[in-house]
Design a protein around this ligand. Sequence first.
Ligand code: HEC
Length: 143
Amino acid sequence: MTSRLSIGALAALWLLTATGMSTVARAADEEKPYVVKDGKVDQHAYNGWRRYTESCLRCHGPDGSGSSYAPALTESLKGLTEDQFKDVVINGRKNVTTSAENVMPAFGEVEDVVSYLDDMYAYLKARSDGVVGRGRPERFEQK
Ligand code: HEC
């Protein structure tokens, strides 16, 4: 009985710690990977749009809005972390849950993609957060 109680106490302690940690993670997440001023984006997010358009649009649709073949990344990024995003892009993924074989290619060897993962994430996150509209984004002046 006593030992069960202490296991319960341990579990509660673990839960508290885990909750505390996820709060920290969430606070860190709130630091945006992009800067948007008056609807205009910074150079990184702009580059991200260009790279996305080059390498991802043909499956994921214009501006990350999805197609019949691949999911809308504007929606995906509401759930995926930056690390999860990069992991899927680098390693690819194959949908095994449906009868359709929808394949996300691995881009780990594609320099034009791997070198700009941060930029693409910035752009798609801004789209996902609803602060950048569709189409070619405008850039604000940067010194
Ligand atoms: C040949 C088509 C194709 C191309 C090109 C492609 N993708 Fe995908 N992608 C897919 C498919 C299909 C899925 C869904 C796979 C699954 O369901 O497991 C996917 C899934 C993803 C996911 C996970 C989405 C989620 O909701 O979990 C991310 C992130 C992603 N792609 C990013 C990219 C990026 C960034 C690029 C460009 C560098 C890109 N994809 C290019 C077909 C593609």
